[in-house]
Design a protein around this ligand. Structure first.
Ligand SMILES: *Cc1c(COP(=O)(O)O)cnc(C)c1O
Length: 365
């Protein structure tokens, strides 16, 4: 059964605000200010130059980002950044860059970085089944590392750092793909932040990169043009044909964050209320729903849990889908259940899910 008007709890591509989808629907037929479909507008038009400029300004405003940083809109997803960041920062280095392996996605970054130069995994969550994150007492950062790399939110496992890691004298590189613009993230404490759009801020096809200008001065000169951040800086994110549509949708999402939500601090409050509602339900279920992540490391974006048996989980997922809750199956790497409650998932939608879960438990026990 495939009910209409399902609520999207998918890990990604994620939900988008309804008001944004309505504007997109109109823009696909005709952008009122242009008289053409957004799908057929030149990336060399004044209109698109203004889209890039406004989106850049909105991201700077939302995160309080100074002109020490470039705001880039790239392709290739977060996966391309797994390579592009070390290609830029690790070239010719003798000291190892420090990587944290806290789950599926930060783990994917490691073999890519290894191709580019020396790296060291300074913490590995495998022995604890990726159910928790390291405390400060478990982390020793070297002052000689060219940079540290970690993921702020492990989308698959539902683990999130609620603090900034590392030393202020070593550049921080962070994959924020699944919690970008969900919270004020102290962006200026990082040297490079990357986040593809399709979890929290738009459709697939565009990846936001924030990079401190001084990081570019030692970049090697023999990089392919497309993989050299400086090409994209010079071309104002218009180096080759960019994904105009995806970038436009991200612009609409940033307008929504600024004008409807009132900024990322407000967004964070809403996200916290949503997450607290679900975690409280897990904790008060007498073990019927078993939260996966250690309590201090629980993600506000991806709520992961198990039921007593795989059969019970299958039944839960089938009944949830039939009741109009979509995308609750855990990532294929870990199974179980995952409720992804990105920015655009409303408190009301989460309340409806909680109501369903409550009811399911009552019927099952
Ligand atoms: C989904 C995800 C990725 C993979 O992104 P692609 O755009 O598909 O390359 C990387 N990192 C995190 C944290 C993710 O959630």
């Amino acid at each position: 059964m495939n009910p209409r008007n399902s609520l999207n709890f998918s890990g990604g591509p994620g939900a988008l605000p309804e008001s944004v989808l309505q504007q997109v629907q109109e823009a696909i037929m005709e952008l009122p200010e242009i008289g053409l479909s957004v799908l057929g507008i030149s990336h060399r038009s004044d209109w698109f130059a203004a889209v890039i400029a406004e989106l850049e300004t909105n991201i700077r405003t939302l995160l309080g980002l100074s002109t020490d940083y470039h705001v880039l809109l790239l392709q290739g997803g977060a996966t391309q950044q797994f390579s592009m960041a070390p290609m830029t920062l690790l070239h010719g280095k003798t000291h190892a860059a420090e990587y944290l392996r806290t789950g599926y996605w930060s783990g994917k970054a490691i073999p890519e970085a290894k191709r580019e130069g020396p790296i060291q995994v300074i913490w590995d969550g495998e022995s604890s089944g990726f159910t928790r994150l390291p405390g400060d007492d478990e982390l020793l950062f070297s002052p000689d590392a060219p940079f540290i790399h970690y993921s702020s939110n492990e989308t698959v496992e539902g683990l999130q750092f609620h603090r900034v890691l590392g030393r202020d004298d070593v550049p921080r590189v962070c994959d924020m793909s699944s919690d970008f613009l969900s919270t004020p993230c102290e962006a200026e404490r990082f040297s490079l932040i990357y986040a593809h759009a399709q979890k929290n801020i738009g459709p697939a096809g565009v990846t936001v990169v924030l990079i401190r200008d001084e990081l570019l001065k030692d970049a090697p000169d023999n990089l392919p043009g497309f993989l050299d951040y400086r090409s994209h800086v010079k071309a104002h994110s218009n180096f080759n044909t960019p994904p105009v549509f995806a970038i436009y949708v991200v612009l609409l999402v940033t307008r929504w964050l600024l004008n409807d939500i009132g900024g990322v601090a407000n967004m964070h409050q809403i996200n916290r209320s949503k997450a607290e509602l679900l975690y409280r339900l897990l904790d008060q279920s007498n073990g019927f729903y078993r939260g996966r992540a250690a309590v201090p490391d629980r993600s506000t974006m991806n709520v992961t849990f198990n039921l007593a048996s795989p059969e019970m989980e299958k039944r839960f997922l089938a009944e949830a889908a039939a009741a109009g809750f979509s995308g609750l199956g855990g990532h294929r790497a870990v199974g179980g259940i995952r409720a992804s409650i990105y920015n655009a998932v409303t408190l009301q939608a989460v309340e409806r899910l909680a109501g369903f879960m409550d009811d399911f438990q009552r019927r099952a026990v």
